[in-house]
Design a binder for this molecule. Structure first.
Ligand code: AMP
Ligand code: GLY
Length: 410
């Protein structure tokens, strides 16, 4: 029997931990630091910060943890996996050198170039005049990106010539190094896979909703809802993406001595010339995970464990149903979410919690995204109707959520 440790505290980590607990091999799942909403699913929360690697390693040794699953990008980019491997602990996630594919956009673009992976034309700059000169060569719109992890915020699409100089200046001031990129036109989609060296498990396609307001308007957020599968992304597009993007990525990882056991999440644009990579993430998406993991019918612990051993796991997905999840946020999110709002007492079980604290046995909001409520049905329309019917029965008038999750395929 196995003990599992999940690192992180959001609804994504709640979904990971809950899915681990479904494995007949798993007795206890800990989550550090976790959140008190997870306790409803018998997940043991552990008061250790996700960046305190020595304490996490010590905890894993003391509690005889068989497998640690790292959720978020920041500890990955700072080498949490290296710390666990050095302590001879089994861990699922990329080490620091591979995590650069997410944390260092310049490195990621260089990797794509070296391995002939289709992506937008770009150059990197630390100097204003050179950046402006290159931008003048490209036609508008174009994209200015700050290098580094910016939680979806360091990217500006410049449409108007007047905005070009100030955007370049601000981005350079903020991060010191910027990328200027050709604008890719098309339909955005993402593909997630679990890998272990050269073995891969491709997940169903999911669609995130990144903007705060309905119809994909307003500022970017971490993600306001998701559904899966996604009918408008066809099997043919999926096959092309695997052939032209995923396979060369995995060959490149092996060639550059970066192979690992963990997640590759490719953000793609389906352009007229075919799919191109916008970015790599080396972790699961949030809220995509909340509609993906509930679809896994086989043993999640066995799957991750096999991939750590570089073995191809046996996988079974549910067939035929659509899964849809809506993120409930605090008003004021993403800029200044209002804190300490009491959650309704009668919340159902089909919820993954994120920004919540507990006082006297009651849950209160403490953050931007508070929880994801999800459900499934044989059509996307029914799945959507079910989720919104449940939400409308709850007293959520102090919270905010989008009413149109799934709209692109309805
Ligand atoms: P990133 O942080 O690189 O994923 O960028 C955030 C968002 O900006 C993406 O999800 C896209 O919607 C958009 N974006 C980034 N790069 C491009 C590009 N080259 N062309 C068009 N849109 C882009
Ligand atoms: N939902 C987008 C992300 O996790 O990056």
């Amino acid at each position: 029997m196995a003990n599992v440790l999940v690192i992180g505290s959001g609804a994504r980590e709640h979904a990971i931990a809950a899915t681990m607990l479904k494995s007949p091999q798993v007795t206890t799942v800990y989550c550090a630091p976790g959140n008190p909403g997870m306790k409803k699913d018998q997940i043991q929360i552990v008061d250790i910060d996700e960046m305190d690697f020595p304490k996490l390693v010590e905890f894993a040794k003391e509690h005889l943890i068989d497998l640690t699953f790292v959720g978020p990008e920041v500890p990955l980019s700072k080498g949490i996996v290296d710390a666990f491997i050095a302590a001879r602990l089994r861990v699922f996630g990329p080490d620091e050198s591979a995590a650069r594919l997410e944390s260092d956009k310049n490195f990621a673009k260089g990797f794509m170039q070296r391995n002939n992976i289709p992506t937008a034309k770009f150059k990197t700059f630390t100097d204003f005049a050179a950046a402006k000169h290159y931008a003048d060569e490209l036609s508008l719109p174009l994209v200015v990106k700050e290098n580094g992890l910016a939680a979806g915020k360091g990217v500006t699409i410049v449409k108007d010539a007047d905005d070009l100089e100030p955007t370049i200046k601000t981005a350079l001031d903020k991060s010191g190094e910027i990328l200027i990129e050709e604008f890719l036109e098309g339909e955005e989609f993402s593909l997630m896979l679990f890998v272990g060296g050269d073995k891969k498990v491709v997940f169903p396609i999911s669609q995130d909703h990144k903007k705060i307001d309905e119809g994909e308007t307003g500022p970017n957020t971490g993600g306001m809802g998701a559904y899966s599968p996604v009918p408008h992304i066809t099997q043919e597009v999926l096959d092309t993406t695997i052939h032209e993007i995923v396979d060369p990525t995995m060959v490149g990882l092996a060639k550059e001595d970066l192979e690992f056991a963990g997640i590759i999440y490719v953000g793609c644009m389906l352009t007229k010339q075919g799919p191109k990579v916008i970015e790599y993430n080396l972790r699961l998406g949030d809220p995509e995970t909340q509609v993906l993991l509930p679809q896994l019918e086989s043993d999640f612990y066995q799957m991750t464990s096999d991939l750590i051993d570089r073995k191809l796991p046996d996988i079974k997905w549910q067939q035929g149903d659509f899964y849809l999840g809506v993120v409930i946020a605090a008003p004021g999110y993403p800029t200044s979410p209002k804190q300490h709002i009491a959650l309704p007492a009668d919340l159902p079980g089909n919820i993954f919690y994120a920004g919540v604290t507990e006082e006297d046995g009651k849950l209160y909001s403490s953050g931007g995204r508070i929880f994801t409520l999800y459900n499934h049905a044989s059509t996307l329309e029914c799945a959507q109707a079910k989720v919104y019917a449940e939400l409308s029965r709850l007293d959520l008038h102090e919270f905010y959520y989008r009413k149109d999750i799934g709209f692109r395929d309805l």
